[in-house]
Design a protein around this ligand. Structure first.
Ligand SMILES: N[C@@H](CCC(=O)N[C@@H](CS)C(=O)NCC(=O)O)C(=O)O
Length: 388
């Protein structure tokens, strides 16, 4: 099947053929608009590799010194936790009209603040694009990266991070303008398409893998800043937008005509998104990891922001234990936290399910269904390690 993009052709561009016949024209277009054509991309990828090598070395050096670094002590001393978030992804991390950061990833940061200080407001946010996020964490500018970051081997090793769990099981998808491409209902029909993608992401790498594996051509239209990717796609400069599927739902809301855009059914990768910390600081890793697990476990036990006070009087040993109502327990102290750290998390932001529904689920404009992020007891794969 071949598809034609009349609008593009009407603007003097070549008609888009499924066989990639418009590739050369696209590259020229790409250069004109200040983004990377193939030659620039080659240079970019070399310098990126070089940069990654430098960062890797820096990370190792940093890790050595960070082995003695006690982020929890530093955080307590300064009085707040500094979290790296995105530059603005609706539902996940974005400033509201009053300028306060909100979202699913922001609430994970606030939960850490609540665990440490009993105060979800003791959190500050550093906006980072896909590339900046790693240097921000390596350099110590942020204490934890709470921003749709995929847990991969190379990030765990070469970049010098540890992932403290998965707060959102995601996968990469594709979005198209259904009005422009009414006959496209599968990613396998996208050969020859111009694909908008943000650099510094697993997205860029999976995209290359997927098209190569399916013997398809594509023209990457690559930017560092999210708003540039969004603007390029919204103006029709790309046929396709690819990123984590959750991101597609968030970005669709910000487009000029959200209803025109369709997310295709294919999920081409695993994107386990979770909070990352620097290697060499096990205590801080534990604080972040058990904060996330406590939110998931609270949902499993039916502890919510509405009933947590009442639940503190429960006779259920598991509920008593997690809420710090077992006198002899040293669980909290062993983490370096106060006895009621979980009570404070739940009072501050709610359990995992509450945070999900409020920010990205049915109580939000995104209306993402729980899917894989449902509890393991309800058909999903969210599963907290035992708090005992
Ligand atoms: N999960 C992928 C992609 C994450 C990512 O950065 N996605 C983009 C597009 S949705 C994003 O969130 N950008 C936000 C920003 O740059 O502020 C990864 O870890 O590489």
């Amino acid at each position: 099947m071949a598809f034609f993009i009349g609008r593009r052709a009407g603007k003097g561009r070549r008609a888009a053929g499924i066989d990639g016949t418009f590739a050369a024209g696209r590259s020229r277009e790409a250069k004109k608009c200040g983004e990377m054509g193939p030659a620039q991309r080659k240079g970019f990828s070399m310098s990126y590799k070089f940069l990654t090598g430098v960062l890797g070395a820096a990370a190792l050096a940093f890790t050595a010194s960070a082995a003695s670094a006690a982020t929890l002590d530093d955080v307590k001393e300064k009085g707040y936790v500094q979290c790296g978030v995105s530059t603005g992804l609706a539902g996940f991390s974005a400033p509201n009209d009053a300028g306060d950061w909100e979202g699913f990833d922001v609430d994970l940061c606030r939960a850490i603040a609540a665990a440490v200080f009993g105060d979800p407001e003791a959190a500050r946010f550093t906006p980072t694009n896909a590339t900046e996020r790693f240097t921000a964490l390596q350099s110590g500018e942020i204490d934890v990266l709470t921003r749709n970051t995929t847990w991969t081997l190379s990030r765990d090793t070469k970049l010098g991070f540890n992932f403290a769990g998965v707060n959102y099981y995601d996968g990469q998808g594709f979005m198209i303008n259904g009005k422009n491409l009414p006959d496209v209902n599968s990613a396998l029909q996208l050969s020859g398409a111009a694909v908008c993608v943000q650099t510094g992401t697993t997205t860029e790498l999976n995209l290359a893998d997927y098209f190569r594996a399916n013997n398809m051509e594509y023209n990457p239209v690559v930017f560092q800043a999210l708003e540039e990717v969004n603007a390029a796609y919204d103006s029709g400069r790309c046929d396709v937008y690819t990123t984590d599927q959750s991101g597609l739902y968030a970005i669709r809301l910000t487009l000029t005509n959200p209803d025109d855009h369709v997310v295709l059914p294919e999920i081409i990768s695993k994107e386990p998104l979770g909070p990352a910390v620097r290697q060499g600081d096990d205590q801080w890793l534990d604080v972040v990891k058990w904060t996330l697990y406590a939110m998931i476990q609270a949902e499993e036990l039916g502890i919510t922001s509405a009933n947590v006070e009442e639940m503190m009087n429960s006779d259920n040993p598991e509920i008593k234990r997690i809420l710090g109502q077992e006198g002899e327990s040293t669980l909290a102290a062993d983490l370096g936290l106060e006895n009621e750290w979980v009570v404070n998390i739940i009072k501050g932001v709610g359990n995992y399910g509450e945070v999900f529904e409020r920010n990205i689920g049915q109580d939000s404009p995104l209306k993402i269904s729980r899917g894989l992020n449902q509890l393991w007891t309800k058909g999903g794969i969210q599963y907290a390690m035992p708090i005992r």
